[in-house]
Design a binder for this molecule. Structure first.
Ligand code: PGA
Length: 298
């Protein structure tokens, strides 16, 4: 199912058609209005704990999260991704208004694949999400997952009932060479080649420029908005208008409680995938940016 949204694309189209005058005066293309401002995509905040933590530190972090305000699940979806050995511990301690993800999974059925974790197992322990295509898995020389492997994993995980947080993003040299859009579209095209159109309702895209991950060098709000709008436009051209208007596109890369509000209020930023800052209780401040997002929409 697609996340809750205020108006169906058809309702929006008819509303726009009924009120053509202000839009004719506006410089904003009709398509852009359809795809971003008028559709309320449920805000999504992911916490990627990467290969960090101990039983004790994870217990303490979960208890700190549990002590925070309840999460209004009608407004925001919050999912943390612990290292696999701590997934069940995390699930058993954390309040139910937090989702729990794994950070990777195997590409196919369970079997003789030493060291791997299958999508079926993630479902079996009661989790509903997996992060795939994270830049560390795409680029670390010890791992080097290619676009097609990420795509095959995405298809398999969706078929087994998981929601996939699919990461895409460019390296610094690719940005400097003006290739950001091309790289994002290449990574997405590989996924499109494997998915059925309906599968996109189980994908949350995380745009994570590699140069911003763990570097303290966050993308500017304008850089994030530009890349997100390009991705949304690609979804519109390559999948469907519904997919473009309903798919959440998260920003990831050095997000902190200090910089998240400006990013969150960009029209095509639907939430965050947070690394380092998700290992602290102040992650909840980032979760609360959904309030600023709602205020910005009014
Ligand atoms: P960061 O990581 O927030 O520590 O930059 C983000 C990510 O890798 O998802």
């Amino acid at each position: 199912m697609f996340p809750a949204f205020a108006l169906s694309p058809t309702a929006i189209t008819s509303r726009i058609d009924k009120h053509p005058l202000p839009l004719h005066r506006s410089k904003t293309p009709r398509r852009a209005l359809l795809m971003s401002a008028q559709v309320t995509r449920k805000f999504f905040v992911g916490g990627n704990w990467k290969c960090n933590g101990t039983k004790q530190s994870i217990q303490e972090l979960c208890e700190a999260f549990n002590a925070g305000k309840n999460i209004d699940s009608s407004q925001v979806e919050v999912v943390v991704a612990p290292p696999a050995p701590y997934a069940m511990l995390t699930r058993s301690i954390l309040r139910q208004d937090f989702g729990v993800a794994l950070q990777n999974c195997w590409v196919g059925k369970p079997g003789a694949f030493t060291g791997e974790v299958a999508a079926e197992m993630i479902k079996d322990i009661g989790l509903d999400y997996v992060i795939l295509g994270h830049s560390e898995r795409r680029h670390l020389p010890e791992i080097k997952e290619n676009d097609d492997l990420v795509a095959r994993k995405t298809k398999y995980a969706i078929d087994k009932g998981l929601t996939v947080i699919l990461c895409v993003g460019e390296l610094l040299e690719e940005r400097e060479a003006g290739r950001t859009r091309e790289v994002n579209e290449r990574q997405l095209a590989a996924v499109k080649a494997r998915l059925d159109p309906a599968d996109w309702s189980k994908v949350v895209i995380a745009y994570e420029p590699v140069w911003a991950i763990g570097t303290g060098k966050v993308a500017t709000a304008a850089q994030a908005q530009e890349a997100h709008a390009e991705i949304r436009s690609w979804l519109h051209r390559q999948v469907s208008e519904t997919c473009a208007s309903q798919t959440r596109i998260l920003y990831g890369g050095s997000v902190t409680p200090e910089n998240c509000v400006e990013l969150a209020t960009q029209p095509d930023v639907d939430g965050f995938l947070v690394g380092g800052a998700s290992l602290k209780p102040t992650f909840l401040d980032i979760v609360r940016t959904h309030e600023a997002k709602t205020a910005a929409r009014v």
